[in-house]
Design a protein around this ligand. Sequence first.
Ligand SMILES: [Zn+2]
Length: 377
Amino acid sequence: MIEKLVSFDTVSRNSNLNLIDFVSDYLEGHGITATRVFNEDKSKANLYATVGPVKEGGVVLSGHTDVVPVEGQPWDTDPFTVVEKDGRLYGRGTSDMKSFSAIALSKVPEMLEKGLSVPIHFALSYDEEIGCVGAPDMIDEIAANLPAPRAVIVGEPTMMDIVSAHKGILTLKTTVTGREAHSSLVEDGVSAVMVGADLIHFISGMMAENKARSSADSPFSPPYSTLTCGVVHGGTAGNIIARECSFLWDIRYIPEDDPMNSVNRFNAYCETEVLPELRKIAPESSIVTEISSTVPALRPEDNGEAEMLCRAITGKNTANAVSYAAEAGQFQQAGFSTVICGPGSIGVAHQPNEYIDISQVKAAEDFISKLIDRLVI
Ligand SMILES: [Zn+2]
């Protein structure tokens, strides 16, 4: 099943429908009906399905079907063909995160044989790798259409450790508009590029403050909300004061921080400190900041059902935090008790020669079998 799922080139820019059709046919072969939740142009779909009785108290097994690109990476083998070597399976998505979904799907016959008293639901998403934008529509449908599950397990690679917290993301675009002038006439123009540089410096300053007040016992690394600018565009020539500058930035925030506090401070700085000076020269000057996307953080739950379940199955009694974002926060925001627990290592994800240790595959198989046993009367 891992071989099969990896063979579909589901890099996020591509359609994932061949994979979804395969999974749907496979489930149908076992008498299980799958529901697709399409994107707007119907080129991609989420899939959810219920194995066992349709009733409350089930467990959702969640995975994303898309993978990151392979271009420019020095792969030693074809990334979309699983190659077994030295106790490892190599291929794009082996760790992040087709193996978890494949292993869970391969256990459907076992689920049916043993007879579940409460259901196991599959939830497979698209476009996780480009900002967790596919899953929310499916999560809405699951919340509306399925009897409430007791727990959601998102199988991102954690080496089967339990992760009860991840950072959230807010991505933003800021556009500065000033006034063009010859670069010698600095008092006739407003350089959007120079203003942009000042604003990016302000953003750095907010991160430095976060770092200064961070707590030594935070489980996150780094232990504070980060703010970074990844793309800047602006100007047309070295001797022209630039009329426009735009930049993309993101806030990767710990669950106890509200990222809107930073956004509000940034906007207040623009309105009260920066713009009044610019408008003395060019009244048309503006600074516009738009939020492009947001992924909620995963907060540790007090005696959370999902964490307790995974502790009981794995025998591990610690929960960890990760700094990457995942769909877990979205499930939790919809009211479901959620953790991340899956095979493979995030350390090899997104890299050339991504692999999963076969011992991890076995650990995940064991995990799903034990989960099934707990859901049988
Ligand atoms: Zn992933």
